[in-house]
Write a protein that binds this ligand. Sequence first.
Ligand SMILES: CC(C)(COP(=O)(O)OP(=O)(O)OC[C@H]1O[C@@H](n2cnc3c(N)ncnc32)[C@H](O)[C@@H]1OP(=O)(O)O)[C@@H](O)C(=O)NCCC(=O)NCCS
Length: 374
Amino acid sequence: MSDDIKKGLLGIVVDETTISQVMPDINSLTYRGYAVQDLCEKCSFEEVAYLILNKELPNKKQLNKFIKSLEENRNISINLREIVKHMPKKAHPMDVARTVVSVMGLEDKEANDNSPESNMKKAIRIFSKTPTAIAAFFRARKGKKIIPPKKGLSFSENFFYMCFGSIPSKEIIKAFGVSLILYAEHSFNVSTFTARTIASSLSDIHSAITGAIGSLKGSLHGGANEEVMHMIKKIKKPENAHKWINDALDNKDVVMGFGHRVYKKGDSRVPTMEKYFKKVSKIKNDKKFYKIYDVVKNVMIKRKDIYPNVDYPTGPTYHLMGFDTDFFTPIFVLSRITGWSAHIMEQHAANKLIRPLSKYNGEKHRKVILLNQR
Ligand SMILES: CC(C)(COP(=O)(O)OP(=O)(O)OC[C@H]1O[C@@H](n2cnc3c(N)ncnc32)[C@H](O)[C@@H]1OP(=O)(O)O)[C@@H](O)C(=O)NCCC(=O)NCCS
């Protein structure tokens, strides 16, 4: 392949952004200039969502207004609830997530208004309603009654309530909120770039987020958190972990939850998530997963010098919280809607159609032979 081709856009800077900065050399990720670790310890997910969408951390009054608008927009239409109820029970929840956002676009009166004011209102609606639709499917596919959202609950509490009918301890809610903060934004990753590319044709926010969900689903991106859990389940017990991972590496398998396009010496989100994974393991009195986690991680670093990414600790953490494995990536969606929305608005504010070139190396100058002579 010729040198002027940058397959996978490796190392290519395509635009400017003020939303987040990934600095692999100092192992740091910042949202609007704030280190994520700091945000995780000092802020709620709602504060961080506000920051990503509005560029500044909110004061109390701004936060209360934001929370109120989220609560007011949580209900989904009867039409959407019926659609979710009748979706195939075996459908992958990521396909459900992609479809429900698309349906919300059909129902949104401002669907084709790309003004900043309209985009912000639509972002809030998508951010508020998607958890309701996802939780509805979580229950509907098990034949359980759908639980509507409840006012007065935080984003995380409300999601647990809609899925399980109860709210876990403060520590579990904090761990879940931390995972949402860590998943909220990560510059020009595949799904965000997809969203920006769609928005760059002046298409609308529902279309861009629908496309982004399709992109996040893949196992090289968000889908990795589900794959991590499948791997841990296959390993079964800590005693098996050493042989399992060494065999996988001998076999030249790609090990999910490891490696990153940008971070080559470790994902800056991992230490924070690991801390909360450990806390949840302790609360649930289940050290098995953590032991398997450690063995696999140590072998990967020792043998391959490849470090975990954030999907590695989130997978087993969500499992311990009681979520079905195929709901892990949809949870990622709930959070990343904030980052995608901010990027779509940034793209619309200083738009340039995204249209790279390709190098043609197919057949050249062929004459068309008529059908009856071929
Ligand atoms: C994320 C990922 C796609 C990044 O890919 P990339 O930047 O294109 O890097 P490459 O795939 O070229 O990897 C470079 C080398 O490390 C190896 N490598 C990277 N990630 C690996 C993994 N998870 N397991 C085993 N080997 C891995 C590659 O095989 C390659 O080896 P080679 O040079 O001998 O061919 C890749 O690390 C991966 O597939 N990880 C697993 C999926 C995952 O966890 N995704 C979530 C990302 S947040």
